[in-house]
Write a protein that binds this ligand. Structure first.
Ligand code: FAD
Length: 417
């Protein structure tokens, strides 16, 4: 068996692993990235990338973001969101109400096959060494570091690292090894299905992504996200707890909505399903969990960082990777790779920046259980431009978004204040 030594080993080359690698390279820290897949590889997802995804890519290298925004044929710019309330009434909310011809799209959509391959190809030598088709199947943590056994098509390599980054998703080996606490609560876990279609009509001219809050799926929703080349990503995401309690067959429910819902079905009259329908889980950030320990940090889905309301995980994966790399950049010169150091320099920093967002999203997800409340807000916003503008600003302003989780917000709109 051959042996490789490295400062940092990253397990997983999705957005969380790539995000970590970009910033380690910026800091000049040598690292090895392993992934069991060969890129380009698919990942079940809604394929919608928010402003946070753009922010981290821009911080890693502004030219990469220009490359993305300069290729609208491959990365479809998205300017807003359409909410459809349980009563069927819809509401178009632009991400940027003050858009000018010079404005850049705040978000974009792109199949994960292409996005992850784009990010993968940006991980660069000399600081980054990539091992594809390489599965980590044993981890041994000891006082001098972490040793793993990597399997590349039957060839075994021993990799010794000072620190290991778990970027291999919530079902990966790193979470199992370092956080063996057992099953996640069904309240903190959602299940989603993804289907690719061609030929859906009635898309917004500015590629608004659509969230349809159908009564039978609350607090989950059905989404229709336009993609490049006239395609669309259609899917549903629902809390595991609801699926279990109501014994929902998710696939049947999604196809029934596409066949029968009066707002949706006519738009699919000439649409074609172009790939098989696939499902995957979403580990939600509904509660704060530990994400690090002696000589390790978990990032992205491995750290359960999916937004509990929107289902957004790509931006949080990249963002957590960036913060983990910053923590390593401080830990190595201090020669302190302890649990205490990573807790203060990674977990606490991440929760200071994203904790409010997770808390508000958890409350919003719970409020969505009440269709009447949803209908009420959308009915009012339909008639009031100022309320529509307020909701629009909530995408960028966390203080404003917090209003949504307070009863006073609903009283104010009830009495037109
Ligand atoms: C149905 C659905 C819809 C979603 N929609 C959206 C959306 O529209 N927008 C959004 O922002 N987020 C969405 N998400 C969430 C998003 O997909 C995830 O949060 C995101 O992929 C997390 O990135 P990651 O890098 O942590 O993990 P991943 O992207 O899962 O990458 C993990 C990598 O680790 C590798 N790996 C696993 N085990 C090993 C091993 N033992 N050894 C080596 N490599 C290994 C895998 O091959 C993989 O490449 C959705 C999720 C689902 C399920």
């Amino acid at each position: 068996m051959t042996t490789t030594d490295t400062k940092v080993l990253i397990v997983g080359a999705g957005p969380a692993g790539a995000g970590t690698s970009f910033f380690l390279t910026k800091f000049g820290i040598p690292h090895v990235v392993t992934d069991k897949a060969s890129f380009p590889r698919d990942k079940v997802c809604g394929d919608a990338c928010s402003g946070k995804t753009a922010l981290v890519i821009n911080r890693a290298n502004p030219e990469w973001l220009s490359e993305i925004l300069g290729k609208p044929g491959d990365f479809l710019p998205s300017w807003g969101i359409k909410f459809v309330a349980p009563n069927g009434r819809d509401l178009d909310i632009p991400f940027n109400p003050n858009r000018t011809p010079e404005s850049k799209a705040p978000g974009f959509t792109v199949p994960r096959l292409d996005l992850d391959d784009f990010l993968f190809r940006k991980m660069a030598a000399p600081y980054c060494t990539i091992l594809e088709q390489t599965t980590i199947d044993e981890i041994d943590q000891h006082k001098d570091g972490v040793t793993v056994i990597a399997d590349t098509k039957g060839n075994k390599t021993r990799i010794n690292a000072a620190v290991i980054i778990g970027a291999d998703g919530d079902k990966g080996i790193t979470r199992k090894h370092f956080m063996p606490a057992g099953e996640e609560s069904p309240r903190s876990y959602a299940v989603g299905l993804r289907a690719y279609y061609e030929g859906i009509t009635g898309m917004h001219p500015d590629n608004f992504i659509e969230l349809h809050f159908l009564p039978e799926m609350l607090p989950g929703y059905l989404w229709i996200f336009p993609l490049p080349h006239g395609r669309a990503n259609v899917g549903v995401g629902i809390l595991s707890e609801v699926i279990r309690d109501k014994k929902i067959n998710l696939r049947e429910q999604m196809l029934a909505a596409i066949r029968n819902n009066p707002n949706i079905a006519p738009r699919f009259a000439n649409a074609t399903l172009i790939d098989k329908i696939q499902g995957w889980g979403l580990p939600l950030a509904t509660e704060r969990r530990p994400m690090s320990g002696d000589r390790f940090m978990l990032v992205g889905d491995a750290a359960c960082l999916v937004d509990p309301f929107s289902g957004e995980g790509i931006g949080n994966a990249l963002y957590s990777g960036m913060l983990a790399a910053m923590a390593i950049n401080e830990a190595l010169p201090a020669n302190d790779l302890s649990a205490a150091f990573f807790k203060t320099h990674y977990d606490d920093v991440l929760y200071k920046r994203l904790g409010d967002e997770f808390r508000i999203s958890t409350t919003l997800q719970r409020l969505c259980k009440y269709p009447w409340l949803f209908n009420f807000v959308v009915n009012k916003a339909y008639k009031s431009k100022s309320l529509r503008d307020t909701i629009s600003c909530m995408f960028t302003d966390m203080d404003l978004r917090e209003q949504l989780s307070k009863p006073s917000f609903y009283f104010k709109i009830l009495f037109n204040k």
